[in-house]
Write a protein that binds this ligand. Sequence first.
Ligand SMILES: [Zn+2]
Length: 131
Amino acid sequence: MEDILTLPEDLLSALHFVFKAPLLQALDLVDNKSVTKITCPAGRIAFQVLGSSGIPYICLPSSNFCSCQYYSFTVLKRNDVDLCKHVLAVLLSCAMEVCQEQQVSNDRMTQTLTPGHSEPEDEQPHHSRQT
Ligand SMILES: [Zn+2]
């Protein structure tokens, strides 16, 4: 019987201690198969994690980067948290080999990795120049 998704509680609390991240929420994401590994012909790898509110976040586990607000407000500004639940979910999914996989074009990958491409903020309309 394979039961790779069940981790012993000791291990869970050890992980929780090590990462100081919302581990149970990360495991939830893993259980829901919310983690997709995105690759492109150029060889870039990123991970997309579908958050609990249905918003997809981009994670780059090589630098523990995540595009979620928790990451930018908590992980970057305070030093007591290393990872958000999305990056943790990516790491767990990889370890358990339960990632979905998706191949996209190089262009699509560049778009995906460009911050804010989906939510333009303070974009000035292009005024016609007056001389
Ligand atoms: Zn995140």
